[in-house]
Design a protein around this ligand. Structure first.
Ligand SMILES: NC(=O)c1ccc[n+]([C@@H]2O[C@H](COP(=O)([O-])OP(=O)(O)OC[C@H]3O[C@@H](n4cnc5c(N)ncnc54)[C@H](O)[C@@H]3O)[C@@H](O)[C@H]2O)c1
Length: 499
């Protein structure tokens, strides 16, 4: 699925992080060229991209652009030539990174942005000895890069405002959240916070206060849930009660002087402590492979992100903003041909829509068809504004046929045929496709109602006219296979006038 006219990113170093970057760019429609010196890199990266294909597109309720072309290059210069964004994700060694930038700058355009995934180095350190220092910035992501939106960006004095604007718009374009640091500092923001918790956790194990599973429980049953949706300061503001943050600081400020924390000190990672932590971790999680843990992590993250999306909050709000930019099906009948069923849905199946059988679970078919019904109604004029004025359609009857398996990540499209628009009643027939394979159908009877009396009433003339226009055009289409079928029984065959 080569995307012609697509933008191009180069990924230098395709390990855990580079593979994730490659997936995020490609699934957002960019062509991606990858250079990694390890002969096994292609296999590893393809595994990451496959995981991302199952997880990432389903974050949104609209279809993403067609996937970009992914290619592997033994020659670094070939990979970066003409690329608009070059993301370096080689191991965290300054000498190696310097060597890589010299090779990149010898082959890339001056306009290209070179982002480094470095967890700790400052841009001034990265750019030492570079031919064009302003071209190199920190773009620090989080694992898995294709699901976690945060990218910490650290620029230098030579970056320039035009480049900063391009960095911001590019990262937004791939669904990320760029957080620009006000000034450079070792390890940026997030890793400094993580390092603080990590040191404290190591002390708790070293002192025999808790094992690795108990520390993880303290996070995932407790403050980790709060942090994912409100962070630290907003959470503590609430903890201060009605008086908010001032009260919180007055109440808990003195505790900062108590010897609660060992932060200034680091436990010695002796062989004994390493063995203790590793064996506790084996006891906690060793029954699952890393690949299995990665799949569980991805499914959990998708569920959390989609939950926040429904609440339009935090990282979920970012998904909604990206969705508005991506756009969806046409919103006006005038933009569509009425000589075929109307396009009413295009999306990927989210990971949290699949069940223990590994395919889309029943009620999600109804959700997808319900969304398609809403889109059909909006097209004929029964949109949010119309409903706010006091009328709507209620669904009275539904018949869904599951014709083929659909797995997480699959791109599905729905089209809708109007079978009947008579008086207060409306009968529509949805078909769900994966590529050109019919995977499900949904037939629905709807009734037009007055939202105050909650009774069926005739739709107004304007709505009737639009429905009549579609009904007249759709009357020329052949009866869709399966329309009018009862559960377990095919539809009654219409007599053929030729017989
Ligand atoms: N692992 C994380 O959680 C994480 C998170 C954020 C940022 N980072 C940063 O991302 C960078 C990469 O980390 P990682 O965890 O992906 O490491 P990794 O070891 O998984 O991947 C590094 C990749 O670079 C390749 N490589 C080594 N030398 C190369 C060269 N000369 N040319 C091309 N490729 C080369 C390796 O073959 C490997 O595939 C580091 O700077 C790290 O600090 C890591």
């Amino acid at each position: 699925m080569a995307a012609s006219g697509a933008r191009t990113a180069a990924i230098i170093g395709g390990g855990v992080i580079g593979g994730g970057w490659a997936a995020r760019f490609a699934l957002m429609g960019w062509n991606v060229r990858i250079h990694d010196t390890d002969p096994d890199a292609e296999r590893r990266i393809n595994e990451v991209i496959d995981r991302a294909r199952a997880a990432m597109p389903g974050l949104w309720d609209v279809a993403l652009p067609d996937e970009g072309r992914i290619s592997f290059h033994d020659d670094l210069a070939e990979a970066v030539e003409g690329a608009e964004w070059i993301q370096e994700s080689v191991p965290e060694r300054l000498d190696l990174k310097h060597e890589i930038y010299a090779a990149i700058q010898g082959a890339c355009t001056e306009a290209a942005i070179i982002g480094s995934s470095t967890s700790g180095f400052r841009p001034s350190e990265l750019a030492e000895g570079a031919t064009r220092p302003g071209q190199i910035v920190v773009a620090h992501p989080f694992n898995p890069v294709y699901l976690i939106p945060l990218v910490e960006v650290v620029t230098g004095p030579g970056t320039g405002t035009a480049r900063i604007d391009r960095i911001r718009s590019t990262l937004r374009d791939i669904g990320a959240h760029p957080l620009f640091l006000r000034r450079e500092i070792d390890a940026h923001i997030a890793d400094r916070l993580l390092e603080a918790v990590w040191r404290e956790a190591l002390w708790l194990v070293s002192d025999g206060v808790a094992d690795t599973a108990e520390i993880d429980d303290a996070i995932r049953y407790g403050f980790g849930l709060r942090w994912a949706q409100m962070g630290l300061f907003e959470t503590y503001r609430i903890a201060g009660g009605e008086a908010g943050m001032r009260q919180f600081l007055t109440q808990f400020g003195p505790a900062l002087k108590w010897p609660w924390s060992k932060l200034t000190d680091v436990p010695e990672l002796t062989d004994e402590l390493v063995e203790t932590i590793a064996s506790q971790s084996d006891a906690q999680s060793g029954r699952r492979s890393i690949a299995e843990l990665e799949r569980i992590r991805d499914a959990n993250l998708v569920a959390i992100l989609r939950g926040l999306k429904a609440r339009d909050w935090g990282a979920g709000r970012l998904l909604n903003a990206a969705e508005r930019r991506i756009g969806g099906a046409p919103r006006s009948l005038d933009a569509l041909s009425l000589t075929s069923p109307l396009p009413t849905g295009a999306r990927a199946v989210p990971l949290d829509w699949s069940d223990q059988n590994g395919h889309m679970t029943e009620h999600r078919y109804l959700q997808a068809f319900g969304d398609a019904t809403d889109r059909f109604l909006a097209l004929v004029g029964c949109d949010d504004d119309y409903i706010a004025c006091g009328h709507s359609y209620f669904t009275a009857e539904t018949h869904i046929r599951h014709l083929a398996e659909v797995r997480a990540g699959a791109r599905i499209e729905i089209d809708t045929r109007l079978l009947l628009a008579e008086g207060r009643r409306l009968r529509i027939f949805h078909r769900m496709w994966e590529n050109s394979r019919l995977v499900a159908t949904g037939e629905h009877m709807l009734v037009h109602v007055d939202l105050e009396s909650r009774r069926a009433v005739m739709p107004p003339p304007e709505l009737q006219n639009k429905l009549a226009r579609v009904a007249k055009a759709h009357a020329h289409l052949p009866e869709p296979e399966g329309a009018g079928a009862a559960v377990g029984r095919p539809p009654e065959r219409q007599p053929d006038p030729q017989e």
